[in-house]
Design a protein. Sequence first.
Length: 162
Amino acid sequence: MGLALCLTLTATGPEPRSAAAIEQSKLVAPGRLVVAGRRLSCGRTATLIRDFEGFAVSSTVIMLNMQALKDLPRPVQWLIYYHECGHILYGPNESAADCYAVRRARRERWLTPKALEDICATFNIAGHGPVHADPEARCAELQQCFNKKAELEARDDIDTLR
């Protein structure tokens, strides 16, 4: 996956790069995660910080590779986290996870049209990986979600989930 901006989960799960990486894993309690200066939360879902191939994955926890994320623009880092939170809510559907991330970011008022353009530019540079639409199609979907005028569904408010 290298520098490709992909949020994939392989059949066996991400493998740590070394035994030292396992020792450096850190479980962050729900509501306690800070990424690029912003506190991020996904209801009662914990976050595991560890070194693995890729940026982020989710199952029963959200796993982040902070080393891989650190050079990405802050809004991209935040959107990646919320994308994984979307998988916690909606399962493996990539479009649903992307749309959740965009709606959540917009509700928090940090995702502006300009920030979305910057995110799409990063996707176009970094690539997309095997589970996501090509960068142009993915950005068109992100834009469509951003432009939706409908109110958020109650289940989109992850903070109300048990």
